[in-house]
Design a protein around this ligand. Structure first.
Ligand code: FES
Length: 76
C-alpha cells in the first residue's frame, strides 16, 4: 500500500528534505537571480533547493549521473 511504501521510504527519491510535508515545492523569484542559480536535482543538497555539490558523492557511491539544473541569463 502507499502507506507502507511511505513508511519504509522504499522507492523514494527524496531521502531527507522536509519529510514532514506532503510535497516539496520551492519558489525562486527570477529577479533575485543575479548571475546564475544551480538547482539541486539529486535531493541531497544541504543547501536545498540549491546545489551544494552533494551530487558528486552520490554519483560516486551509486554510479548515478545526477547534476544540477543551472538557471542563467542569456549571454549577450
Ligand atoms: Fe544535488 Fe548538486 S547537490 S544536484
Amino acid at each position: 500500500t502507499i502507506k507502507k511504501a511511505k513508511e519504509s521510504g522504499k522507492g523514494q527519491i527524496n531521502p531527507c528534505i522536509r519529510k514532514d510535508i506532503n510535497k516539496v515545492v520551492d519558489f525562486i523569484d527570477i529577479e533575485d537571480i543575479t548571475e546564475k542559480a544551480s538547482l539541486c536535482r539529486c535531493w541531497r543538497s544541504k543547501n536545498w533547493p540549491y546545489c551544494d555539490g552533494a551530487h558528486g558523492a552520490h554519483n560516486r557511491a551509486t554510479g548515478d549521473n545526477t547534476g544540477p539544473v543551472v538557471v542563467r541569463h542569456k549571454e549577450n
